[in-house]
Design a protein around this ligand. Structure first.
Ligand code: PBG
Ligand code: ZN
Length: 328
């Protein structure tokens, strides 16, 4: 096949032809929308670093879930910001903690209409802001596992449909799976943040979740950005430990990792388009660098093209609305 017999431009002549040979489609069915719930008196507080995204009280989040469903988005990922933090992050596994309260309220109101996934981590709840128990300045792996398993169980007891550990401790998928199974919750899937990199792109999130580490950084547990073979080992481990869905995070700067994982593993793959990706697009579009909608569609489609089944994105409501208007 070569020019002049073959002319690739023939099939790009108009939208109908382009539509017929389009290889990747974006649909709200695969989207997850992150929400931040906070123990506070205000119903909603906007996050400066993420225009369009807010923290909500338990009451306030119900209105937000209404909008998510209105946009045709099937799932949310819940993050909690507690009123008080302590050394061992006890708010994370408190039966009446902020996430547990929010999940109960959301499930009471919406039931099966919404899929509620909870982020399982310690950093929002610890006074030092690290994702586990700190001993002599180092995050202790095995002590942390116990608390993560307890947190996951309290989320499920509150009604969570799925749990998503984001801490990057070794062995946490198994610890959580065993804990849930022990309590008869063998039908609740675990979506593991299997390859989570120590990325600068979490900056805006840390304002939203109030989870900036008070000393050091997360590089002793999150992955080193230059590594992709290591990501394949992390994923293999989590699958062995019982993960149902494997996540790669961030998305846009790690599409190569995503496509490698797609080729290698036969398991649902999720990609988290993180806060920094959201902010880059929002701020650049607001300054007129490009059109917001086109940037959102192109970037989100690229994540799907690279191999993601599930995409966690702060643009989920917008994408869902465009799909409804049939302008996606
Ligand atoms: C908590 C957690 C983080 C994100 C998801 N879960 C922050 C971090 O690890 O520092 C980042 C999400 C985002 O940036 O949108 N461990
Ligand atoms: Zn964390």
């Amino acid at each position: 096949m070569r020019y002049p017999t073959y002319r690739p431009r023939r099939m790009r002549k108009n939208e109908k032809l382009r539509g017929m040979v389009r290889e990747t489609a974006l649909s709200p069915d695969c989207l997850v929308y992150p929400v931040f719930v906070k123990e506070m008196s205000e119903r909603e507080v906007p996050i400066d670093a993420m225009p369009g995204i807010s923290q909500f009280s338990v009451d306030g989040v119900l209105g937000e879930v209404d909008k998510v469903l209105e946009a045709g988005v099937p799932a949310i990922l819940v993050f909690g910001v507690p009123e008080k933090k302590d050394e061992t992050g006890s708010g994370a596994y408190d039966k009446n903690g902020i996430v547990q309260q929010a999940v109960r309220a959301i499930k009471a109101r919406f039931g099966e209409d919404i899929l509620v996934i909870t982020d399982v981590c310690m950093c929002e709840y610890t006074s030092h802001g690290h994702c586990g128990v700190v001993k002599d300045g180092y995050v202790d792996n095995d002590e942390t596992l116990k608390l993560l398993a307890k947190s996951a169980l309290t989320h499920v007891m509150a009604g969570a449909d799925m749990v998503a550990p984001s801490d990057m401790m070794d062995g946490r998928v198994r610890a959580i799976r065993e804990m849930l199974d022990l309590h008869g919750d063998y039908n609740v899937p675990v979506m593991s943040y299997a390859a989570k990199y120590a990325s600068c792109l979490y900056g805006p999130f840390r304002e939203a979740a109030e989870s900036t580490p008070q000393f050091g950084d997360r590089r002793s547990y999150q992955m080193d950005p230059p590594n992709s073979r290591e990501a394949m080992r992390e994923i293999a481990l989590d699958i062995e430990e019982g993960a149902d869905i494997i996540m790669i995070k961030p998305a846009l700067l790690y599409l190569d990792v995503l496509s490698q994982a797609r080729e290698r593993f036969n398991i649902p793959l999720a990609a988290y388009s993180v806060s920094g990706e959201y902010s880059m697009i929002r701020f650049a579009a607001a300054k007129g660098s490009f059109d917001l909608k086109r940037a959102v569609i192109e970037s989100t489609t690229s994540i799907r093209r690279a191999g993601a089944d599930i995409i966690i994105t702060y643009f989920a409501k917008e994408i869902g609305t465009w799909a409804k208007e049939r302008t996606l």
